[in-house]
Design a binder for this molecule. Structure first.
Ligand SMILES: [Zn+2]
Length: 113
């Protein structure tokens, strides 16, 4: 692990991905059959997440959340996180990760590329 040098800095200034990672773990915990969590980051800072099953099927409801906030922003309340505002989408795989072909298949199905 090459994280040793960054550990001290991230303690004083936690990155926004800390909350995201905690959320991913909570979703995986609630969806034992899931192989990963699809994460969609929106330009407003909110995120959409959903557990993904072994064949690329949804394994949970879509969860929307915003770091350190009681609720998602007003824009998301209006458009429910329109895909035009997506800045990044990826799947956070549960360990052990599925084989490469399976990951490709699931990514294509879930993220559509
Ligand atoms: Zn938002």
């Amino acid at each position: 692990m090459a994280q040793k040098q960054q550990a001290r800095r991230s303690k004083t200034a936690p990155s926004s991905e800390t909350g995201e990672q905690a959320m991913i773990e909570a979703i995986l915990e609630g969806s034992p059959e899931a192989v990963g969590v699809a994460v969609i980051r929106l330009d407003c800072g909110c995120r959409k997440m959903a557990a993904v099953g072994p064949s690329g099927n949804p394994a949970s409801k879509i969860i929307m959340y915003r770091d350190k906030a009681q609720s998602i922003c007003d824009q998301c309340k209006g458009d429910h996180g329109d895909f035009q505002r997506v800045v990044k989408q990826f799947i956070s795989w549960k360990k052990p990760e599925p084989d490469h072909a399976t990951m490709e298949m699931i990514s294509a199905k879930v993220l559509g590329n």
